[in-house]
Design a protein around this ligand. Structure first.
Ligand SMILES: [Zn+2]
Length: 280
């Protein structure tokens, strides 16, 4: 799909561009489809004002900024996949998974990393980056890690992860391993190193996001991800303990209160109306 503003859902729904443009939330995320999330936010606010919005388990009040560095060969060619067109980095699945914890994922495109040996496999995450300080994390997308069965690895309770996008995107007949990036981000956010943890994993429930890859039930679609279809059978589940740990991570940054967004939304509507009148 071309990266044209009117390729996005907002245009198909007839949302004026100037109205959509006042919603900067996640504006850098998923550049193939930048207006869709803003349109969803608008709908949420309208529903909220009308009192019809379902009560979310948790307000989305924290954000994890994920700087993406795609690995290419030394000549800057043959770069690793970034995931499906229109859903780069499996952002839809990651956002739905982390919404359980009131956390928004904001993917930001960083510079590519031209390094043939890193593109074709390395033995450690340290070859890509040391554990990062500060907020946010940096995600390296590559074609191979140290073993064919390794889909990704991440620092625990610190920024820095690398994803084998060749394995992730070809999983399940090309549907993709939809929760791998979300899982590795969970390690960055401090999951799961508590009592009973096995190698950083919580294997107490095969539907847990943080169960190890060998026992985890991998979702095959967005619809299978919690809270759908029902808590208990849905996949990529975060337990209350997981949510509490992740939300305490120093990698997160606050995002504006809903009241602030509501004011901005109303301001945007007024500006839109004014512009329309001026053109009338
Ligand atoms: Zn893991």
């Amino acid at each position: 799909m071309p990266n044209s503003p009117c390729a996005a859902h907002a245009c198909r729904k007839g949302l004026p561009l100037r109205l959509a443009a006042v919603f900067p939330i996640r504006s850098l995320e998923n550049p193939m489809n930048p207006l869709r999330t803003r349109f969803a936010v608008l709908l949420s606010f309208l529903a909220l004002f009308m009192g019809t919005a379902p009560v979310a388990a948790l307000e989305i009040d924290r954000q994890l900024v994920v700087t993406v560095r795609t690995v290419c060969d030394n000549a800057g060619l043959n770069c690793a996949s970034q995931g499906p067109l229109g859903n780069l980095f499996f952002a839809a699945e990651g956002d739905k998974i982390w919404a359980q914890a009131g956390i928004d994922l904001l993917f930001v495109q960083g510079p590519n990393l031209n390094n043939t040996s890193l593109l074709n496999g390395q033995g450690s995450l340290g070859a890509f980056t040391a554990p990062l300080g500060g907020t946010g994390t940096t995600m390296f997308l590559t074609n191979s890690l140290s073993s064919a069965g390794l889909y990704g690895f991440a620092y625990g309770n610190a920024g820095g992860l690398a994803i084998n996008m060749s394995a992730v995107t070809s999983f399940n007949g090309g549907i993709g391993r939809l929760d791998t990036i979300a899982h590795e981000l969970g390690h960055n956010l401090g999951l799961y190193f508590g009592p009973g943890a096995s190698g950083g994993h919580d294997n107490g429930n095969a539907n847990f996001l943080m169960a190890s890859g060998g026992i985890r039930n991998i979702p095959s679609s967005l619809a299978q991800i919690c809270p759908d279809p029902t808590p208990g059978s849905c996949r990529s589940l975060l337990s209350d303990a997981h949510i509490a740990t992740a939300r305490a991570s120093s990698l997160l940054t606050p995002i504006p209160e809903p009241g602030t967004w509501a004011l901005m939304a109303m301001g945007g509507l007024l500006v839109g109306a004014a512009v329309r009148r001026r053109h009338a």
